[in-house]
Design a protein around this ligand. Structure first.
Ligand code: BGC
Length: 743
């Protein structure tokens, strides 16, 4: 159950995706025949000439486009990514296999982040399901579709912990928590790679971005992080370790600095931790032009120096910049880069290609045109995952599920209709069928007799002429208003940092006007991050977080609103009261001057003058359509001794009229430790269905290892003493108990 602590060597690396095994005769034979230029060629990964994804700054990619096939024939390119068409991949692969001197196949990569043809919820949304098995299934489905299109390597999962809502890339990860993030990281790796990398539907996984990219100062993307080694090891590294232990075949180094040194140029992280401490033997790839950016960082005088730093720090592959191609040979000749290190990197690349079966079947997935038909099982999975991702934050007077008597519905807001802003960021290869809009999903569910009035009311960031008037009129005609507001794709994802992560003003004005009609309002919140909810949005009778849910959005939202499915999602990130609370996360350390609960006005305490310290909705929070009470916390002993276990039990009683999928969470705090411990830390969780009138007992087992943390010397330690324990529906509630850890 414990999140892997970081000092021990990786146990499962050899068994999983990491290639610790000695290279095969084929790989060694090739290596012996390769020129230095051909070796360096295998260390270059470039955007495909037909990359039309817009996922990266294009000029660099375009510069290389016309020469790409020549370069492949010359053996100077090892891998391509984000190519659009099967035919182009086939042409490129033929050039590599048939026209290059050694016939080494290309490896096709892509940012397959949350689906390929079928689009699943964005990873942050899916994290709200708190269900690693679900994450594994959607990753598997994405892998099957991508591999059928010749893609064998994904730049996913993104496993960065996100504690600052200003940072737009939180949408790609699993949220703020180390344990949840680690479990989902491992699940996604297993899903992408499948049981065996040589299978035709396996996708090599890449844990990214190594490391502390999510700690960017001020939440500003590409900014430096100034976090302690302790925080890196306690918070940011564990999901990588989980991914590596699950067999991830690759790791991508990040853009950011830590304490002034770019991670990708600092041998401490890749050579020291990843390879040295964990024994990782897979590929290390730099992020897009990150090596060239060492010049802008001010740690390399020129490209040559940047290439040297990047390679020597442990980056096997250089993405897009061409720096290795242009400078590595000279660096080897001058003795600044040892030939043996180049050989080791090339050996890892060739061994990976071999494990993927590329030498034996290089044209796999490339023989026919792209096969992006809707697979019924994947469509059903997309709907299931979308339903499971939805989080019901508030439901005053049990407004939801919508009663049949509420026949006249006004669907209002910039996200009410149309296929835009449903997939979410990092949807690069969607199939031809458009995603199901809210309007279409609701109409399909409500049938032809329902009165559904659909009014945009506002654009995402600016008012619409007459919009509010039309929205108010529609609200007045309705029994209930569904208000679809929040962030669009343009506000979420890479390079989409926001200094004030809240609902744009035009939409808040719309919300105020609609609320003033007095009609009951259900907010359907489109977002890729925790948004500050204020005013009429905060006070709406019901608030449903609908994230970016992918292909089946409209159907999934309708399922939940109409009670055909119960909402079961729980927040993977704390929702603030006001944007200025960032960074905001539940597992913070205590302060020496906490605000006394019984004296909220006490001064000289750790408090904001203009906002509470607590979130509006805490990590782990989410309602269902049942009414759950947590009862009767019992520990089977007051002490935990030696290698023993401690059972922690609680009863969940549903006094409501509907079945509830509840996610009981186990939190712990060490009261006294040499290094102050967070006020709570998640140690385990479950997912249980509780029928109406039923009481279900949950049992958690705590072991000594679950209480380990990194002591003053950064080595794992377990300290005897008193511990708090909670079985809870969120990080800010629950039943509390105590026990003592005895040596
Ligand atoms: C992102 C990576 C991505 C790469 C290739 C970079 O800008 O940081 O996550 O894999 O582009 O598209």
């Amino acid at each position: 159950m414990a999140v892997a602590l970081l000092a021990a060597a990786c146990t499962a690396c050899a068994a999983g995706g990491a290639a610790l095994q000695p290279a095969s005769d084929r790989v060694e034979g090739l290596l012996a025949r390769m020129t230095l230029d051909e070796k360096i060629g295998q260390l270059g990964v470039y955007a495909a000439a037909d990359d039309a994804t817009g996922a990266n700054p294009l000029p660099l990619a375009r510069l290389r486009a016309d020469r790409q096939l020549d370069e492949i024939r010359a053996g100077r390119i090892g891998a391509l990514f984000n190519g659009a068409g099967t035919a182009r991949k086939r042409e490129a692969q033929r050039a590599a296999v048939q026209a290059s001197r050694l016939g080494i196949p290309l490896l096709f990569a892509a940012d397959v982040i949350h689906g390929y043809c079928t689009v699943f919820p964005v990873p942050l949304a899916e994290a709200a399901a708190w269900d690693p098995a679900l994450a594994e299934r959607t990753a598997r489905a994405a892998a099957v579709e991508a591999a059928a299109d010749g893609v064998r390597w994904t730049f996913a999962p993104m496993v960065d912990i996100t504690r600052d809502a200003r940072w737009g890339r939180g949408v790609e990860g699993a949220g703020e928590d180390v344990l949840l993030g680690s479990r989902l990281a491992a699940a996604r790796v297993r899903g992408f790679q499948g049981p065996d990398l040589s299978r035709p539907d396996a996708l090599l996984a890449t844990a990214k971005h190594f490391v502390a990219y999510g700690a960017a100062e001020g939440g500003l993307d590409y900014n430096g992080a100034d976090v302690s080694e302790r925080t890196v090891r306690e918070v940011y590294l564990p999901p990588f370790r989980a991914a590596v232990d699950a067999g991830a075949g690759a790791v991508m180094t990040a853009f950011n600095t830590i304490a002034g040194v770019p991670v990708m140029a600092d041998p401490r992280w890749v050579r020291g931790v990843l390879r040295g401490e964990w024994g990782f033997g897979g590929l290390v790839v730099s992020d897009y032009t990150a090596d060239a950016e060492l010049v802008a960082h001010g740690v390399a005088a020129d490209d040559r120096a940047a290439a040297k730093l990047a390679f020597r720090a442990g980056n096997d592959l250089s993405m897009q910049s061409g720096l290795y191609r242009d400078h590595l040979a000279a660096l080897v000749r001058s003795g600044e880069v040892p030939m043996a290190d180049v050989d080791a990197a090339v050996r890892r690349v060739l061994a990976t290609k071999e494990r993927l079966g590329l030498f034996d079947d290089p044209m796999r997935g490339l023989d026919a045109e792209r096969r992006c038909t809707d697979r019924p099982d994947h469509v059903a999975l997309a709907r299931e995952a979308a339903v499971r991702s939805i989080v019901l934050l508030r439901n005053e007077g049990e407004l939801l599920p919508l009663a049949a008597s509420r026949r006249r519905i006004a669907l209002i807001g910039p996200f009410s209709r149309g296929p835009q802003d449903l997939h979410g960021p990092w949807t690069l290869f969607p199939g031809p069928t458009p995603p199901v809009s809210l309007e279409d999903g609701l109409r399909a569910a409500l049938g032809p007799d329902a009165v559904l009035d659909v009014v945009r009311g506002s654009d995402v960031q600016s008012p619409l002429r007459g919009g509010i008037g039309a929205a108010v009129a529609a609200a007045r005609r309705a029994d209930v208003v569904l208000l679809a507001i929040g962030e669009g794709e343009a506000l979420s994802g890479e390079a989409r940092s926001r200094s004030v992560p809240e609902i744009p003003k035009a939409q808040r004005d719309l919300a105020e006007a609609v609320a003033a009609t007095g009609r009951p309002v259900v907010v359907l919140l489109r977002t890729g991050r925790a948004l500050a909810l204020e005013g009429a949005v905060r006070d709406a009778q019901a608030i449903v977080v609908t994230w970016f849910l992918g292909s089946q959005t409209g159907h999934a939202v309708a399922d939940v609103l109409l009670g055909r499915a119960a909402p079961g999602g729980r927040l993977p990130v704390s929702f603030p009261r006001t944007a200025g609370q960032a960074p905001l996360y539940y597992a913070h350390r205590p302060t020496g001057r906490p605000q006394p609960e019984d004296d909220p006005d006490a001064f000289y305490k750790a408090r904001f003058l203009d906002a509470p310290r607590e979130p509006l909705y805490p990590f782990g929070h989410g309602l269902g359509y049942g009414r759950i009470r947590y009862e009767d916390l019992r520990l089977d002993s007051a002490t935990l001794e030696g290698e023993g276990t401690l059972e922690v039990r609680a009863r969940l009683r549903n006094s409501g009229a509907r079945t509830m999928r509840e996610v009981p969470q186990l939190y712990v705090r060490g009261r006294v430790a040499a290094v102050s411990r967070p006020v709570r830390e998640l140690k385990d969780f479950r997912s249980v269905d509780v029928a109406p009138g039923q009481a279900v007992e949950v049992v958690f087992t705590l072991r000594r290892d679950d209480l380990a943390y990194l002591g003053p010397d950064l080595r794992p330690v377990v300290e005897p003493g008193d511990y708090d324990v909670w079985v809870a529906p969120s990080a800010e509630a629950g039943l509390h108990g105590r026990f003592r850890l005895v040596r």
